[in-house]
Design a protein around this ligand. Structure first.
Ligand SMILES: Nc1ncnc2c1ncn2[C@@H]1O[C@H](COP(=O)(O)OP(=O)(O)OP(=O)(O)O)[C@@H](O)[C@H]1O
Ligand SMILES: [Mg+2]
Length: 232
């Protein structure tokens, strides 16, 4: 039992360090930006970069806390969350990477909130992992495009599709350490972590190839009905 606990902790540690890479990379970019702005005597704008860095530090704290609460078997703090906010904030965290690429991104979201019960940081981790994969998949295509679609029906449904080469092996996709990427570009944990998170939230993460080509990933989460609306 002791050794399996350690193995589980090892997996969890690998996952946490995997998830810290995104905010770390973003911080480095914002820090370089702030330095440049200060040198150009634009302190006001530098301050907003510092705010971004502060938010990222907060986020990294929340991610390492997952490891602690896992080790102590603490309960997760779920709260009502508008999926539109999660999508927007995940995208803003990807901004530094997006600036370096020419990718057309379309975002379609309902006018009304799409409420789910979840842990904000973790929901954003899922979106970031899916989005990073889509970015990777479109690296070599001529007119890269990524579509993000949020819809509210019986469940909250978030679709991320790209026009890359599509998924090679649909059966191995969610296995930890399955990757088709070069060492250094990927370790094969993003989807394993993401499907774990979605399952914890009572949802489902699925993948398929579109008939027109490219990969389609769908996150389905139980929808939280508006109490005032339900009472009517
Ligand atoms: N959008 C996509 N299009 C095509 N293949 C994909 C897509 N997303 C994932 N895959 C395939 O699934 C594999 C596993 O993805 P996963 O996110 O778990 O790991 P990774 O991206 O390789 O590495 P990591 O996420 O740990 O940096 C990828 O290596 C790739 O082969
Ligand atoms: Mg990945």
């Amino acid at each position: 039992a002791q050794s399996s606990k350690l193995a589980a902790l090892g997996e969890m540690s690998a996952a946490v360090s995997h998830e810290l890479n995104q905010p770390l990379a973003a911080m480095k970019t914002y820090l370089a930006g702030a330095r440049l702005l200060l040198r150009r005597k634009r302190p006001e704008e530098a301050v907003s970069s510092f705010q971004r860095i502060d938010d990222l530090i907060e986020r990294m704290g929340a991610i390492t806390k997952q490891l602690k609460s896992y080790a102590r078997k603490g309960g997760d703090a779920f709260a009502p969350l508008d999926m539109r906010d999660a999508v927007n904030s995940a995208l803003s965290m990807m901004e530094p990477q997006l600036k370096r690429r020419h990718v057309e991104i379309t975002k379609t979201m309902p006018r009304e909130p799409v409420m789910v019960l979840g842990d904000r940081v973790r929901v954003e981790q899922v979106i970031i992992n899916l989005f990073r994969n889509a970015l990777d998949a479109t690296k070599t295509v001529k007119d890269p495009q990524i579509d993000i679609l949020l819809a509210a029906g019986e469940t909250a449904l978030l679709t991320i599709r790209d026009n890359g080469a599509g998924i090679e092996d649909l059966d191995s996709l969610f296995e930890p350490f399955y990757t088709t990427k070069q060492a250094g570009d990927g370790v094969g944990l993003g989807l394993a972590i993401s499907s774990g998170i979605v399952n914890d939230l009572g949802g489902r993460l699925t993948a398929r190839n579109a008939t027109v080509g490219g990969a389609v990933f769908e996150v389905q989460l139980p929808i939280l009905l508006d109490e005032t609306e339900a009472a009517e």
